[in-house]
Design a protein around this ligand. Structure first.
Ligand code: ATP
Length: 259
């Protein structure tokens, strides 16, 4: 569904992504883990056309979307839920959700969009009772649900989730990951950026480790979770085993977890 080949992006002289290659198959949850500043958000923003790629290629369902305007990428079926929610504080919960469907209003019936809003409320029942309240009155966890719901209102085939568990209490983290699994069950493909590697690898099918703009390791979620370096660096454990595929190790690539 998504194929990223040798992708590079930079902010002026700071190169944030260096020849990143990865792929996401239809129906998968793929996790990207890595430390602060590794380039995870930049990767999602480059896929969405919010940050310009300065090299490489991004293909979505076979179509080259590299540096395509964001609204066209959304129309093709890619939707991003940004880090720290970024809901519109003073707008109501309903208005925030409807804004997620902004591009659909021109081509689709209001009743179809309202039906999708109802579906989002079924996924997040807590939002139902707060539809007419300003988003700023919601707790952090509910704002995260709202942000995911807003992303879903675009009817994405591929949902890009940026740190959905950030700043949430453990119970809410569990709820958010339960919802991610439910989304996959309903047919949405998910690319998930997370610093909570333990939770991410528990729900993901496969994963990539991104460090200082490089993919340093990839494998199935189970392989990565068993890897000793990943356990040390990201899972807070020290059990032996090494099963993931190190990327570029022979070319001087940094070993996963050594930071
Ligand atoms: P975090 O988990 O802290 O969000 P990240 O893995 O998502 O980290 P990015 O936010 O993509 O990492 O940042 C990658 C690099 O690009 C970092 O060195 C960061 O300082 C730099 N960077 C990110 N955004 C900008 C920007 N708007 N202007 C300049 N540099 C930036």
């Amino acid at each position: 569904m998504l194929q990223i080949i040798d992708l590079s992006s930079s902010y002026g002289r700071i190169q944030a992504l260096r020849q990143v290659s990865l792929q996401v198959e239809e129906g998968e949850i793929v996790a990207i883990i890595g430390p602060n500043g590794a380039g995870k958000t930049t990767l999602l923003n480059t896929v969405c056309g919010l940050v310009r790629a300065c090299g490489g290629e991004i293909r979505f369902q076979g179509q080259d979307i590299t540096n395509m305007p964001t609204h066209r990428i959304v129309r093709l079926g890619v939707s991003q839920v940004p880090e720290r929610r970024q809901v519109f504080d003073t707008l109501s919960v309903r208005e925030n959700l409807l804004l997620g469907a902004y591009q659909r209003f021109r081509h689709e019936r209001r009743s179809t969009i309202e039906a999708d809003l109802q579906q989002v409320c079924e996924l997040f029942p807590l939002l139902q009772d707060r539809l007419d309240e300003p988003a700023e009155t919601l707790s952090g966890g509910m704002q995260q649900m709202l942000a995911i719901g807003r992303g879903l209102m675009a009817r994405p085939k591929l949902l890009l989730l940026d740190e959905p568990s950030l700043g949430l209490a453990p119970l809410l983290v569990r709820e958010i990951f339960r919802i991610i699994l439910e989304l996959r069950r309903q047919g949405t493909t998910v690319l998930l950026v997370e610093q909570n590697a333990r939770a991410a690898l528990r729900v993901a099918d496969r994963g990539y480790v991104l460090e200082t703009g490089h993919v340093t390791m990839s494998g199935t979620a189970a392989e990565l979770a068993r890897d000793e370096a990943i356990q040390r660096a990201y899972l807070g454990r020290s059990v032996s085993g090494n099963h993931g595929t190190r990327v570029g190790a022979s070319e001087g690539g940094k070993e996963a977890g050594r930071r």
